[in-house]
Design a binder for this molecule. Structure first.
Ligand code: F3S
Length: 425
């Protein structure tokens, strides 16, 4: 890989041991990918957590040992420098303010709090969410980034028009202190063109509709780039984050175009550049039903133990919607409700009184984690209901739960009655 003089000097240790290790990692990573050079990044979304039991032996030696091992892949412990570029903490496994609800042990919570102070002191913005774009990390079109987390990556590329591959903890750790990442994949303009044309023949309007469309499209295109033609209703940010998360979980979609909506394609022709679509398929009533049936394939018992809302993390508007649906009502004694939002938005929702409305009904307003990432559901949970295609995809495989997928109204109704009565209208 060709390096600039400044990059070579970093690799030779001119800026200290940690940056030397980081540069070595990036060069090895870039060479494995066939990248010819590095590119400057100005925005990193990574994870700097230390709460999980696997990290305990390292955390006992100090947070430098955690950073060295988990963010730089180094057995040698090096001192953690300040981050070089704007870097934020993504979602992780522990909501430190609701550990009593999730049953996370106090020692894990304390490790996580220590990590937050330590890495915050090194310049990491502690957003603790998979939707950093909701709380102040909003890269612009063309900006080179190094982000982790599939739902964040697909939003970054498709909706913001910024450029990132789906990075890992080590590569983003290295990027945070060097401001570099290998130039390949979605950093390269021609790799951002559409591959599959999707003729959308039904109205796609509600959040559930967008989840179903994303889930269906992801299964077909896998890791390629769908272009949605025929979208008549301009989707909100809530719907786009839901669509992207669904397509990234049934497939591995990291980028899509909706001509006239997303920033890199005003028209279908723009989306494909000089190329022809490699494949073309339709999304109509039958395909919508297939997606719905696939998402609900794990569920048969209608008695619901647990309702999860907020994947990807909810906007304040979504929390408000849930609070209004619950207002003055009580959850079934057999059902728990956890609502997730970014930590900064939780504060905003609390200020507005939505947290109180949710708690009065018997639910919890939470942040920093989610059931799939934290691998946490209330004890004894067998049947889950969620409005998230991503959670409906992962929970049956990860936690062996039956999982119903439906609208937010279906889910709140299940939390209030203890029964699943959702369906496809
Ligand atoms: Fe975010 Fe967890 Fe969903 S990481 S996208 S809330 S699975």
């Amino acid at each position: 890989m060709k390096l600039t003089d400044a990059e070579k000097a970093m690799l030779d240790g001119a800026q200290g041991k940690a940056k030397q290790k980081a540069m070595d990692l990036l060069v090895r990573y870039g060479e494995a990918l066939g990248a010819e050079r590095l590119v400057d990044v100005t925005n990193v979304a990574s994870t700097f957590n230390a709460g999980s039991p696997a990290m305990k032996p390292y955390a006992e030696k100090g947070m430098d040992a955690v950073f060295s091992k988990f963010n730089l892949d180094s057995d040698e412990v090096v001192e953690t420098p300040q981050v070089e570029v704007y870097t934020c903490q993504l979602i992780h496994g522990i909501d430190t303010q609701n550990a009593h609800v999730t049953g996370v042990a106090e020692e894990g919570v304390n490790r996580q709090k220590t990590a937050e102070r330590f890495f915050g002191g090194r310049g990491v913005a502690m957003f603790n969410t998979c939707t950093p774009y909701q709380v102040g990390n909003v890269p612009v079109k063309g900006e080179h980034c190094a982000w982790m987390e599939s739902s964040a990556v697909v939003y970054c590329n498709s909706v913001l028009g910024a450029r990132t591959n789906t990075e890992g903890r080590e590569s983003t750790g290295a990027a945070s202190i060097t401001g570099k990442i290998p130039y390949w994949g979605y950093h390269v303009p021609e790799n951002r063109l559409g591959t599959h044309l999707v003729d959308v023949e039904v109205d796609v309007d509600s959040m559930m509709d967008w989840g179903l469309l994303g889930y269906y499209v992801g299964e077909i295109v896998e890791e390629d780039i769908p272009v949605l033609a025929g979208i008549r209703n301009v989707p909100s940010m809530i719907k786009l984050k839901h669509f992207g998360a669904a397509s990234a979980s049934s497939g591995g979609v990291e980028m899509y175009h909706i001509p006239g909506v997303t920033p890199e394609a005003d028209t279908v022709e723009d989306a494909f550049g000089s190329r022809k679509p490699r494949e073309r398929f339709k999304y109509g009533k039958a395909e919508r039903k297939i997606a719905y049936d696939n998402l609900n394939s794990s569920a048969k018992d209608t008695a619901v133990d647990f309702v999860m809302l907020g994947c990807p993390h909810n906007t304040v508007e979504q929390v408000w919607t849930i609070a209004r649906l619950l207002d003055g009502r009580k959850l079934s004694p057999n059902t728990q409700l956890w609502v997730f939002t970014p930590r900064a938005l939780r504060d905003a929702a609390e200020l507005a009184g939505y947290g109180d409305m949710i708690r009065k009904a018997g639910g919890h307003l939470m942040s920093d984690t989610c059931p799939a990432i934290g691998r946490i559901v209330p004890e004894g949970t067998k049947v889950v209901a969620t409005d998230s295609a991503k959670q409906a995809h992962y929970l049956p495989a990860m936690l062996k739960t039956q999982t119903w997928f439906g609208t937010v109204e279906d889910c709140v109704n299940a939390a209030l009655t203890g029964q699943w009565r959702g369906g496809l209208s």
